[in-house]
Design a binder for this molecule. Structure first.
Ligand code: URA
Length: 238
């Protein structure tokens, strides 16, 4: 439980500097429990607090944890070079809260991307020590063969990687599609593993992270949702 001044609360949620938030409040843009609040020095219990700003209802969140169904042609980097940032698919104030992708997907990779402003969560999810399985569906240029699957399972040597890298599981889904599960998150790993195994990845989609399935979230491409407590626990313990 924590009580905070209203201007501080809005600031913590990414709506601007404390001064700017105090002005929004004074201008009558914020209401709580159906009533406009114009005094920014009133304190509110933050736990479960709902407020309306510019007519939109927001719930106070100490941290943000969300899942995005990433479309192609969006970049995960802070300073994108050729495409818009994935952050541009989220409410504007999330960038001010420093919400960032948990790991990266290539600009042309689609599917499940976690995002958060909780450094400890990002660190834990990205740690190679946790061996979090990530499931990808790769479309291939040449047909998928039992030999290709066998090579990916036994391990392939990538340039710059001291040891060979193997899929945790790998299975053919269609003549030109395979599902591959990896526990590492090396640069372009799926694409490079497929190339090293003698094929070429023409499209890539991440469908699952640590037991969290994109299908179950029912998000259209470009849509996102907050993770609930159970989903967060699944990711942090599973
Ligand atoms: N492997 C890749 O090659 N690209 C991604 O975006 C993710 C995994």
């Amino acid at each position: 439980m924590s009580k905070q001044h209203l201007d501080r609360i809005l600031q913590s949620q990414g709506f601007g500097t404390r001064k700017w938030c105090a002005e929004l409040i004074a201008d009558g843009e914020v209401s709580i429990n159906g009533g406009v609040v114009t005094d920014s020095r009133i304190t509110f219990e933050t736990n479960g607090l709902q407020f309306t700003l510019f007519g939109e209802v927001w719930t106070y969140r100490e941290h943000i944890y969300l899942a995005l169904n990433k479309p192609a042609d969006y970049e995960c980097s802070r300073k994108p070079s050729h495409h818009p940032r994935v952050l541009s698919l989220l409410p504007e104030q999330f960038a001010l809260r420093d919400v960032q992708p948990v790991g990266r997907l290539d600009h042309d990779t689609t599917g499940l991307l976690l995002m958060s402003d909780d450094g400890a969560f990002i660190h834990a999810q990205s740690s190679p020590k946790r061996h979090i399985p990530k499931v990808y569906v790769a479309t291939t240029h040449d047909p998928v063969t039992p030999q290709l699957v066998a090579k990916l399972l036994s391990g392939v040597k990538l340039h710059d990687e001291p040891a060979s890298l193997a899929a945790v599981t790998c299975r053919m889904v269609d003549t030109h599609q395979l599902e591959i599960v990896l526990e590492q998150g090396k640069y372009h790993q799926v694409k490079r593993m497929l190339a090293a195994a003698g094929n070429h990845c023409t499209a890539l989609r991440r469908t699952e992270i640590g037991g969290l399935k994109l299908n179950a979230l029912r998000l259209a491409e470009g849509e996102w949702c907050y993770l609930n407590e159970a989903q967060r626990i699944l990711l942090t313990t599973g």
